[in-house]
Design a protein around this ligand. Structure first.
Ligand SMILES: Nc1ncnc2c1ncn2[C@@H]1O[C@H](COP(=O)(O)OP(=O)(O)OP(=O)(O)O)[C@@H](O)[C@H]1O
Length: 243
């Protein structure tokens, strides 16, 4: 059984019912690293948000394991959302807290109330948080206040926060925007390694060159529909022309 299965996912907007997503069919397995590519306005962010259940769609079915999202009640959706993280382009962090503290306390709803109140952490949590920060190239920023971090650094703290709390699916919209090429590639390399070692599933919008090098699968969108869906590899010139 696929981890995620969507069929004919369609989203229309406005009075002219413009199709932003047009009959998208996808089956996603654990441990895939999926890069979504496509021209500006092709629907990449909308698809990510729908997959993350942050945005509604007009038509289509959406199954996660044996849970039908359209019919799932609050507890079914909550079970899924605990293990999934959507990292937006400008994620919310506690501005006055350090990068490390942001990773440790997690998002509201994931942290035991006693820990929020006392601020106490176990030493293995501390080491785990430092490990993920290091793997995302943030060790030297661990003790810096979130408000003083750059946009790209804040994104990586948000990814570290998800991973430190055992998230199994990460949906990240342009996670390396604003990073220099080397740091950007290091982040993508780390995400790919997590797919291989921990079977974390990553669905993300990243530049073409990095998608070709690190993604296990590349999905090309064009005007809201899937133009190609291939294993990670160098694109042919015909595929490149679609982007
Ligand atoms: N709620 C909405 N109302 C009207 N139009 C919308 C809405 N949501 C998305 N769109 C339109 O749908 C199209 C796809 O938007 P989306 O942000 O998903 O594209 P994208 O591929 O992520 O683009 P970019 O690469 O520029 O970020 C755009 O033309 C956008 O204007």
């Amino acid at each position: 059984m696929s981890m995620i299965k969507i069929e004919n996912l369609t989203k229309t907007v406005g009075e002219h019912k413009t199709k932003v997503l047009d009959r998208i069919n996808l089956e996603i397995q654990h441990g895939e690293m999926i890069a979504i590519l496509g021209p500006s306005g092709s629907g990449k962010s909308t698809l990510l948000k729908c997959l993350a259940m942050k945005e509604s769609w007009t038509d289509g079915s959406f199954q996660v394991g044996d849970i039908d999202i359209m019919k799932a009640g609050f507890s079914g959706k909550r079970k899924i959302s605990r293990e999934w993280a959507y990292v937006e382009q400008s994620p919310q962090l506690h501005p006055e807290r350090t990068a490390l503290k942001n990773v440790l306390i997690g998002q509201a709803g994931q942290t035991p109330i006693w820990r929020m109140l006392t601020g106490m952490v176990r030493s293995d949590d501390y080491m785990g948080a430092m490990d993920v920060l290091e793997s995302l190239g943030l060790l030297d920023k661990a003790h810096q206040k979130a408000s003083t971090l750059s946009g790209g650094e804040r994104q990586r703290v948000a990814i570290a926060r998800s991973l430190a709390h055992g998230v199994k699916v990460v949906l990240a919209d342009e996670p390396i925007t604003g990073l220099d090429p080397k740091s950007g590639e290091d982040v993508i390399k780390t995400l790919r390694a997590l797919c291989s070692s921990e079977r974390v599933t990553i669905i993300t919008v990243i530049p073409l060159e990095l998608a070709e090098k690190y993604a296990t699968r590349i999905i090309g969108l064009q005007e809201g529909h899937i133009a190609f869906d291939i294993k990670g590899r160098r694109l042919t010139s015909a595929e490149r022309r679609l982007l």
